[in-house]
Design a protein around this ligand. Structure first.
Ligand SMILES: Cc1cc2nc3c(=O)[nH]c(=O)nc-3n(C[C@H](O)[C@H](O)[C@H](O)COP(=O)(O)O)c2cc1C
Length: 379
Protein backbone atom coordinates (compact mmCIF):
# COMPACT_ATOMS: atom_id res chain seq x y z
CA UNK A 1 0.00 0.00 0.00
CA UNK A 2 1.47 3.36 -1.02
CA UNK A 3 1.41 5.98 1.73
CA UNK A 4 2.08 9.42 0.32
CA UNK A 5 -0.35 11.62 2.25
CA UNK A 6 -1.82 11.70 5.76
CA UNK A 7 -5.17 10.50 4.40
CA UNK A 8 -3.59 7.27 3.07
CA UNK A 9 -3.20 6.12 6.66
CA UNK A 10 -6.94 5.79 7.10
CA UNK A 11 -7.15 2.94 4.57
CA UNK A 12 -4.00 1.38 6.01
CA UNK A 13 -5.52 1.47 9.51
CA UNK A 14 -8.72 -0.11 8.24
CA UNK A 15 -6.73 -3.01 6.83
CA UNK A 16 -4.78 -3.57 10.02
CA UNK A 17 -7.42 -3.14 12.73
CA UNK A 18 -10.30 -5.42 13.69
CA UNK A 19 -13.46 -3.63 12.46
CA UNK A 20 -14.76 -2.91 15.96
CA UNK A 21 -11.69 -0.76 16.64
CA UNK A 22 -11.49 0.87 13.22
CA UNK A 23 -15.12 1.96 13.36
CA UNK A 24 -14.80 3.11 16.96
CA UNK A 25 -12.08 5.52 15.78
CA UNK A 26 -13.61 6.42 12.43
CA UNK A 27 -17.22 6.87 13.49
CA UNK A 28 -19.23 9.72 14.97
CA UNK A 29 -22.54 10.30 16.69
CA UNK A 30 -25.98 9.57 15.19
CA UNK A 31 -26.03 10.24 11.41
CA UNK A 32 -22.43 11.55 11.52
CA UNK A 33 -23.40 14.88 9.96
CA UNK A 34 -21.04 16.90 12.16
CA UNK A 35 -18.25 14.40 11.57
CA UNK A 36 -18.50 15.06 7.83
CA UNK A 37 -18.95 18.82 8.29
CA UNK A 38 -15.74 19.04 10.31
CA UNK A 39 -13.73 17.82 7.35
CA UNK A 40 -15.77 19.41 4.55
CA UNK A 41 -16.06 22.90 6.09
CA UNK A 42 -12.35 23.05 6.70
CA UNK A 43 -11.55 21.82 3.20
CA UNK A 44 -13.84 24.56 1.82
CA UNK A 45 -11.81 27.34 3.45
CA UNK A 46 -10.08 29.19 0.61
CA UNK A 47 -6.77 30.93 1.24
CA UNK A 48 -5.44 34.00 -0.58
CA UNK A 49 -2.51 33.00 -2.73
CA UNK A 50 0.28 35.62 -2.74
CA UNK A 51 3.60 35.31 -4.56
CA UNK A 52 7.09 36.78 -4.96
CA UNK A 53 7.69 37.75 -1.33
CA UNK A 54 10.98 35.88 -0.60
CA UNK A 55 9.83 33.03 1.60
CA UNK A 56 13.27 31.52 2.13
CA UNK A 57 13.15 32.16 5.92
CA UNK A 58 10.06 30.40 7.12
CA UNK A 59 9.38 29.44 10.73
CA UNK A 60 6.57 27.00 11.63
CA UNK A 61 7.22 27.05 15.38
CA UNK A 62 5.18 28.68 18.13
CA UNK A 63 5.44 29.20 21.85
CA UNK A 64 2.57 28.00 23.99
CA UNK A 65 2.41 28.13 27.80
CA UNK A 66 6.16 28.67 27.89
CA UNK A 67 6.90 25.63 25.69
CA UNK A 68 8.26 25.69 22.15
CA UNK A 69 6.28 23.66 19.58
CA UNK A 70 8.00 22.95 16.24
CA UNK A 71 4.61 23.15 14.52
CA UNK A 72 1.31 24.53 15.91
CA UNK A 73 -0.10 21.06 16.50
CA UNK A 74 -0.65 18.93 19.62
CA UNK A 75 -1.97 15.37 19.77
CA UNK A 76 -5.57 15.35 21.03
CA UNK A 77 -6.44 12.98 23.86
CA UNK A 78 -7.76 9.72 22.43
CA UNK A 79 -9.18 7.01 24.66
CA UNK A 80 -8.02 3.38 24.24
CA UNK A 81 -4.95 4.39 22.22
CA UNK A 82 -3.18 1.29 23.53
CA UNK A 83 -5.73 -0.87 21.69
CA UNK A 84 -4.83 0.54 18.25
CA UNK A 85 -1.10 -0.27 18.53
CA UNK A 86 1.06 -2.06 21.08
CA UNK A 87 1.24 0.21 24.17
CA UNK A 88 0.00 2.88 21.75
CA UNK A 89 0.18 5.79 24.19
CA UNK A 90 3.91 5.22 24.62
CA UNK A 91 4.50 5.07 20.85
CA UNK A 92 2.42 8.16 20.05
CA UNK A 93 4.00 10.13 22.88
CA UNK A 94 7.50 9.28 21.64
CA UNK A 95 6.62 10.46 18.13
CA UNK A 96 5.22 13.74 19.50
CA UNK A 97 8.29 14.14 21.65
CA UNK A 98 10.61 13.61 18.70
CA UNK A 99 8.70 16.18 16.68
CA UNK A 100 8.76 18.69 19.53
CA UNK A 101 5.02 18.90 20.16
CA UNK A 102 2.82 17.90 23.12
CA UNK A 103 1.14 14.53 23.51
CA UNK A 104 -2.04 14.72 25.58
CA UNK A 105 -2.93 11.55 27.46
CA UNK A 106 -6.62 10.67 27.81
CA UNK A 107 -8.14 9.77 31.19
CA UNK A 108 -9.31 6.53 29.57
CA UNK A 109 -6.01 5.48 28.09
CA UNK A 110 -4.71 1.93 28.25
CA UNK A 111 -1.26 2.88 29.53
CA UNK A 112 -1.27 4.70 32.85
CA UNK A 113 0.43 8.09 33.30
CA UNK A 114 3.41 6.46 35.01
CA UNK A 115 4.14 4.21 32.02
CA UNK A 116 4.42 7.12 29.57
CA UNK A 117 5.51 10.38 31.22
CA UNK A 118 8.92 9.33 32.63
CA UNK A 119 10.12 8.11 29.22
CA UNK A 120 9.65 11.48 27.49
CA UNK A 121 12.07 14.31 26.88
CA UNK A 122 9.35 16.95 27.29
CA UNK A 123 6.32 17.05 29.58
CA UNK A 124 3.09 15.59 28.29
CA UNK A 125 -0.37 17.05 28.86
CA UNK A 126 -3.08 15.21 30.75
CA UNK A 127 -6.79 15.19 29.88
CA UNK A 128 -9.38 14.78 32.62
CA UNK A 129 -13.01 13.72 32.34
CA UNK A 130 -15.52 14.40 35.10
CA UNK A 131 -16.25 11.11 36.76
CA UNK A 132 -18.75 10.70 39.57
CA UNK A 133 -15.91 9.51 41.80
CA UNK A 134 -14.19 12.78 42.73
CA UNK A 135 -11.58 10.72 44.60
CA UNK A 136 -10.44 9.36 41.24
CA UNK A 137 -10.22 12.87 39.78
CA UNK A 138 -8.13 14.14 42.69
CA UNK A 139 -5.90 11.09 42.49
CA UNK A 140 -5.43 11.51 38.73
CA UNK A 141 -4.53 15.19 39.09
CA UNK A 142 -2.00 14.44 41.82
CA UNK A 143 -0.42 11.69 39.74
CA UNK A 144 -0.32 13.85 36.62
CA UNK A 145 1.36 16.61 38.59
CA UNK A 146 3.83 14.19 40.18
CA UNK A 147 4.70 12.87 36.70
CA UNK A 148 5.47 16.41 35.52
CA UNK A 149 2.51 16.88 33.13
CA UNK A 150 2.67 20.51 32.05
CA UNK A 151 -0.96 21.28 31.14
CA UNK A 152 -4.38 19.99 32.07
CA UNK A 153 -7.02 19.54 29.40
CA UNK A 154 -10.41 19.40 31.06
CA UNK A 155 -13.00 17.93 28.70
CA UNK A 156 -16.49 19.33 29.23
CA UNK A 157 -18.45 18.10 26.22
CA UNK A 158 -18.97 14.58 27.48
CA UNK A 159 -21.22 14.74 30.55
CA UNK A 160 -22.96 11.84 28.80
CA UNK A 161 -21.55 9.78 25.91
CA UNK A 162 -23.09 10.50 22.50
CA UNK A 163 -24.87 7.65 20.74
CA UNK A 164 -22.50 6.08 18.24
CA UNK A 165 -24.61 3.68 16.30
CA UNK A 166 -21.71 2.32 14.26
CA UNK A 167 -20.35 0.70 17.43
CA UNK A 168 -23.34 -1.62 17.74
CA UNK A 169 -22.92 -2.76 14.14
CA UNK A 170 -19.17 -3.24 14.38
CA UNK A 171 -19.12 -5.29 17.59
CA UNK A 172 -17.76 -2.59 19.90
CA UNK A 173 -21.12 -2.92 21.65
CA UNK A 174 -24.42 -4.58 20.81
CA UNK A 175 -25.51 -8.24 20.69
CA UNK A 176 -22.81 -10.92 20.99
CA UNK A 177 -20.18 -8.19 21.05
CA UNK A 178 -17.52 -10.24 22.86
CA UNK A 179 -17.84 -13.15 20.44
CA UNK A 180 -17.77 -10.86 17.41
CA UNK A 181 -14.68 -9.06 18.71
CA UNK A 182 -12.92 -12.38 19.29
CA UNK A 183 -13.64 -13.49 15.73
CA UNK A 184 -12.45 -10.16 14.30
CA UNK A 185 -9.24 -10.41 16.33
CA UNK A 186 -8.34 -13.87 15.06
CA UNK A 187 -8.99 -12.80 11.48
CA UNK A 188 -6.58 -9.84 11.90
CA UNK A 189 -3.43 -11.74 12.89
CA UNK A 190 -1.02 -8.80 12.77
CA UNK A 191 -3.13 -6.88 15.29
CA UNK A 192 -3.87 -10.05 17.29
CA UNK A 193 -0.16 -10.83 17.72
CA UNK A 194 1.16 -7.32 18.32
CA UNK A 195 -1.63 -5.79 20.34
CA UNK A 196 -3.89 -8.67 21.37
CA UNK A 197 -1.05 -10.82 22.70
CA UNK A 198 1.92 -8.50 23.26
CA UNK A 199 0.07 -5.28 24.08
CA UNK A 200 -1.32 -6.43 27.42
CA UNK A 201 -2.56 -5.51 29.93
CA UNK A 202 -5.69 -4.29 28.19
CA UNK A 203 -7.41 -2.17 30.74
CA UNK A 204 -8.00 1.48 31.57
CA UNK A 205 -4.57 1.96 33.14
CA UNK A 206 -5.27 5.22 34.99
CA UNK A 207 -8.49 3.97 36.51
CA UNK A 208 -7.13 0.51 37.36
CA UNK A 209 -4.23 2.09 39.24
CA UNK A 210 -6.67 4.06 41.37
CA UNK A 211 -9.07 1.15 41.96
CA UNK A 212 -6.25 -1.28 42.75
CA UNK A 213 -7.70 -3.80 40.27
CA UNK A 214 -7.97 -4.08 36.50
CA UNK A 215 -10.87 -2.05 35.11
CA UNK A 216 -11.40 -3.77 31.81
CA UNK A 217 -12.65 -2.86 28.38
CA UNK A 218 -15.44 -5.42 28.30
CA UNK A 219 -18.26 -2.91 28.47
CA UNK A 220 -16.35 0.27 27.79
CA UNK A 221 -19.27 2.47 26.69
CA UNK A 222 -21.37 1.03 29.53
CA UNK A 223 -18.61 2.08 31.93
CA UNK A 224 -18.54 5.62 30.52
CA UNK A 225 -22.33 5.89 30.72
CA UNK A 226 -22.39 4.73 34.34
CA UNK A 227 -19.44 6.76 35.61
CA UNK A 228 -19.54 10.04 33.70
CA UNK A 229 -21.16 12.86 35.62
CA UNK A 230 -23.96 14.90 34.01
CA UNK A 231 -24.01 17.28 37.01
CA UNK A 232 -20.76 18.95 35.88
CA UNK A 233 -20.77 22.77 36.12
CA UNK A 234 -18.33 25.67 36.49
CA UNK A 235 -18.21 24.92 40.27
CA UNK A 236 -16.39 21.66 39.50
CA UNK A 237 -13.74 23.59 37.62
CA UNK A 238 -13.08 25.72 40.70
CA UNK A 239 -12.63 22.52 42.67
CA UNK A 240 -10.14 21.26 40.08
CA UNK A 241 -8.25 24.55 40.13
CA UNK A 242 -7.44 23.89 43.78
CA UNK A 243 -5.58 20.73 42.81
CA UNK A 244 -4.03 21.83 39.51
CA UNK A 245 -1.43 24.57 39.55
CA UNK A 246 -0.33 24.63 35.87
CA UNK A 247 -2.09 25.84 32.71
CA UNK A 248 -5.67 24.59 32.39
CA UNK A 249 -7.49 24.28 29.06
CA UNK A 250 -11.21 23.69 28.67
CA UNK A 251 -11.96 21.31 25.81
CA UNK A 252 -15.30 21.21 24.04
CA UNK A 253 -16.16 24.89 23.60
CA UNK A 254 -18.34 25.64 20.57
CA UNK A 255 -20.13 28.83 21.54
CA UNK A 256 -18.77 32.37 22.10
CA UNK A 257 -20.74 32.73 25.35
CA UNK A 258 -19.07 29.61 26.80
CA UNK A 259 -15.71 30.94 25.61
CA UNK A 260 -16.38 34.19 27.51
CA UNK A 261 -17.29 32.16 30.61
CA UNK A 262 -13.98 30.33 30.29
CA UNK A 263 -12.17 33.69 30.26
CA UNK A 264 -14.18 34.87 33.31
CA UNK A 265 -13.35 31.63 35.08
CA UNK A 266 -9.64 32.27 34.48
CA UNK A 267 -8.84 29.31 32.22
CA UNK A 268 -5.56 29.57 30.34
CA UNK A 269 -6.93 28.15 27.13
CA UNK A 270 -9.97 26.75 25.38
CA UNK A 271 -10.14 24.00 22.81
CA UNK A 272 -12.79 24.68 20.22
CA UNK A 273 -14.02 21.17 19.57
CA UNK A 274 -17.08 19.04 19.00
CA UNK A 275 -15.17 15.93 20.07
CA UNK A 276 -14.53 15.01 16.44
CA UNK A 277 -18.27 14.77 15.72
CA UNK A 278 -18.71 12.10 18.39
CA UNK A 279 -21.14 13.88 20.71
CA UNK A 280 -24.04 16.09 19.59
CA UNK A 281 -24.63 15.46 15.91
CA UNK A 282 -25.72 18.47 13.88
CA UNK A 283 -23.69 21.03 15.84
CA UNK A 284 -21.43 23.37 13.91
CA UNK A 285 -18.08 22.17 12.71
CA UNK A 286 -15.14 23.65 14.60
CA UNK A 287 -14.17 25.55 11.43
CA UNK A 288 -17.58 27.25 11.35
CA UNK A 289 -17.76 27.89 15.10
CA UNK A 290 -14.25 29.29 15.44
CA UNK A 291 -14.45 32.80 13.87
CA UNK A 292 -17.20 34.00 16.24
CA UNK A 293 -15.34 32.57 19.22
CA UNK A 294 -12.12 34.26 18.10
CA UNK A 295 -14.02 37.56 17.72
CA UNK A 296 -15.22 37.18 21.32
CA UNK A 297 -12.04 36.12 23.15
CA UNK A 298 -8.93 36.27 20.93
CA UNK A 299 -5.99 37.66 22.88
CA UNK A 300 -7.64 37.08 26.27
CA UNK A 301 -7.08 33.33 26.31
CA UNK A 302 -5.23 30.83 24.13
CA UNK A 303 -7.50 29.37 21.47
CA UNK A 304 -6.80 25.82 20.34
CA UNK A 305 -9.04 24.00 17.88
CA UNK A 306 -9.53 20.43 16.75
CA UNK A 307 -12.12 18.34 14.86
CA UNK A 308 -11.55 17.84 11.17
CA UNK A 309 -7.84 18.70 10.87
CA UNK A 310 -6.46 16.11 8.47
CA UNK A 311 -3.29 17.72 7.04
CA UNK A 312 -0.90 20.64 7.28
CA UNK A 313 -3.01 22.81 5.00
CA UNK A 314 -5.93 22.36 7.42
CA UNK A 315 -3.67 23.59 10.23
CA UNK A 316 -3.06 26.84 8.34
CA UNK A 317 -6.79 27.13 7.62
CA UNK A 318 -7.71 26.65 11.30
CA UNK A 319 -5.17 29.30 12.32
CA UNK A 320 -6.52 31.71 9.68
CA UNK A 321 -10.00 31.18 11.17
CA UNK A 322 -8.74 32.31 14.58
CA UNK A 323 -6.90 29.50 16.40
CA UNK A 324 -3.50 29.96 18.05
CA UNK A 325 -2.75 26.24 17.78
CA UNK A 326 -4.48 23.12 16.47
CA UNK A 327 -4.89 19.60 17.78
CA UNK A 328 -5.33 16.37 15.83
CA UNK A 329 -7.13 13.14 16.74
CA UNK A 330 -7.87 10.70 13.93
CA UNK A 331 -5.02 11.98 11.72
CA UNK A 332 -2.43 10.62 14.15
CA UNK A 333 -4.46 7.63 15.33
CA UNK A 334 -4.85 6.16 11.83
CA UNK A 335 -1.07 6.46 11.36
CA UNK A 336 -0.42 4.88 14.75
CA UNK A 337 -2.71 1.96 13.99
CA UNK A 338 -1.13 1.43 10.57
CA UNK A 339 2.54 1.90 11.38
CA UNK A 340 3.11 2.63 15.08
CA UNK A 341 5.47 5.37 16.23
CA UNK A 342 7.09 5.64 12.77
CA UNK A 343 3.67 6.22 11.22
CA UNK A 344 2.92 9.07 13.63
CA UNK A 345 6.36 10.59 13.02
CA UNK A 346 5.78 10.36 9.27
CA UNK A 347 2.37 11.99 9.45
CA UNK A 348 3.74 14.84 11.58
CA UNK A 349 6.55 15.41 9.08
CA UNK A 350 3.97 15.48 6.27
CA UNK A 351 1.96 18.04 8.26
CA UNK A 352 5.03 20.26 8.51
CA UNK A 353 5.79 19.95 4.79
CA UNK A 354 2.20 20.84 3.89
CA UNK A 355 2.23 23.77 6.30
CA UNK A 356 5.39 25.07 4.64
CA UNK A 357 3.79 24.92 1.20
CA UNK A 358 0.66 26.70 2.48
CA UNK A 359 2.68 29.38 4.29
CA UNK A 360 4.94 29.93 1.28
CA UNK A 361 2.03 30.35 -1.13
CA UNK A 362 0.14 32.67 1.21
CA UNK A 363 3.34 34.63 1.86
CA UNK A 364 3.48 34.34 5.63
CA UNK A 365 6.85 33.47 7.08
CA UNK A 366 5.81 33.09 10.70
CA UNK A 367 2.80 31.51 12.38
CA UNK A 368 1.73 34.72 14.14
CA UNK A 369 1.08 36.23 10.68
CA UNK A 370 -1.53 33.58 9.84
CA UNK A 371 -4.62 35.71 10.43
CA UNK A 372 -8.10 36.12 8.90
CA UNK A 373 -6.42 38.36 6.30
CA UNK A 374 -5.44 35.11 4.59
CA UNK A 375 -9.07 34.17 3.98
CA UNK A 376 -10.84 34.79 0.71
CA UNK A 377 -14.43 34.10 -0.35
CA UNK A 378 -14.48 31.01 -2.53
CA UNK A 379 -17.93 31.47 -4.08
C1 LIG B 1 -11.28 7.13 19.08
C2 LIG B 1 -11.40 8.47 19.75
C3 LIG B 1 -11.35 8.53 21.15
C4 LIG B 1 -11.41 9.77 21.78
N1 LIG B 1 -11.25 9.82 23.15
C5 LIG B 1 -11.23 11.03 23.77
C6 LIG B 1 -10.93 11.13 25.15
O1 LIG B 1 -10.68 10.13 25.82
N2 LIG B 1 -10.93 12.37 25.71
C7 LIG B 1 -11.20 13.51 24.99
O2 LIG B 1 -11.21 14.61 25.55
N3 LIG B 1 -11.47 13.43 23.67
C8 LIG B 1 -11.45 12.24 23.04
N4 LIG B 1 -11.66 12.18 21.69
C9 LIG B 1 -11.82 13.42 20.92
C10 LIG B 1 -10.44 13.94 20.49
O3 LIG B 1 -9.70 14.42 21.59
C11 LIG B 1 -10.56 15.10 19.49
O4 LIG B 1 -11.39 16.10 20.04
C12 LIG B 1 -11.12 14.66 18.14
O5 LIG B 1 -10.59 13.42 17.75
C13 LIG B 1 -10.79 15.73 17.11
O6 LIG B 1 -11.33 15.41 15.88
P1 LIG B 1 -10.51 14.71 14.69
O7 LIG B 1 -10.46 13.27 15.04
O8 LIG B 1 -11.35 15.02 13.51
O9 LIG B 1 -9.13 15.34 14.66
C14 LIG B 1 -11.59 10.96 21.03
C15 LIG B 1 -11.64 10.87 19.63
C16 LIG B 1 -11.53 9.65 19.00
C17 LIG B 1 -11.56 9.61 17.49
Amino acid sequence: MIISSPSDYRAAAQKRLPPFLFHYIDGGAYAEKTLRRNVDDLADVALRQRVLKDMSQLDTSIELFGEKLSIPVALSPVGLTGMYAQRGEVQAAHAADKKGIPFCMSTVSVCPIEEVAPKLGRPMWFQLYVLKDRGFMKNALERAQAAGCSALVFTVDMPVPGARYRDAHSGMSGPNAAMRRYWQAVTHPHWAWNVGVHGKPHDLGNISKYMGKAVGLEDYMGYLGANFDPSISWKDLEWIREFWKGPMLIKGILDPEDAKDAVRFGADGIIVSNHGGRQLDGVLSSARALPAIADAVKGQIKILADSGVRNGLDVVRMLALGADCTMIGRAFIYALAAAGQDGVSHVLDLFEKEMRVAMTLTSVNKVADITPDLLVQSA
